[in-house]
Design a binder for this molecule. Sequence first.
Ligand SMILES: [Zn+2]
Length: 216
Amino acid sequence: MKPRCRVNGCANARAGHSLLCSKHRSRKRRHGHEEQRTISKTDLRPFIDKVQARITKQPDAKLWSICDQRWDMLTAQWRAELPKTIYRYVRAGTKELVRLANTVSGREVAVTVIAMYLLQDHDPRLFKNEIGFRTQLVRRVRTLSSTSFSHWSGASDGRERRAIKELEPRTVEYLSGLLVELFGPAGVRVAQLERREEEEQRKERLVYYEALSEVE
Ligand SMILES: [Zn+2]
């Protein structure tokens, strides 16, 4: 009997020399981990809203304009000239970032990255490991631009279909490194603030309920 895929509950046979079946092997390649689920737009929405609310509350905070500037500086430099390197993933990654910068604003990217940090802080179990997190981070940022998809029609229902253009895992890793370097510290800070505020609200509610129980 051929050995089974190492994923719990998967009855498929292993593919080639892999410990995984072909389905899980390709999931690992595309999502950074064989059991990493896709983080959807809907999953991220409430956290995007939280970041946007924070920006609205304090629109002049330097952090937001610094995020914009960091993005503009990096992408402008590469738009003028892509780095000369022998590494294919670096070329592919920088090209991808410039392509993104042509269709989305640095602010949108920053908000998405910060929201991903909030989501991770809120529910760390959504991410199988750091690579899983970073792969989903890149995916959410790339989906901001319709140019990240290939479109085709001709399905039996006549509707247009689209699928994200896959990048090499090494390119995704490089790209995630750039995004984390650009906006990771902002993500960590905003996640800290969110957590602190939630904790304060919880305490206030507690005081309120205690006060209620004291009244006779
Ligand atoms: Zn499997």
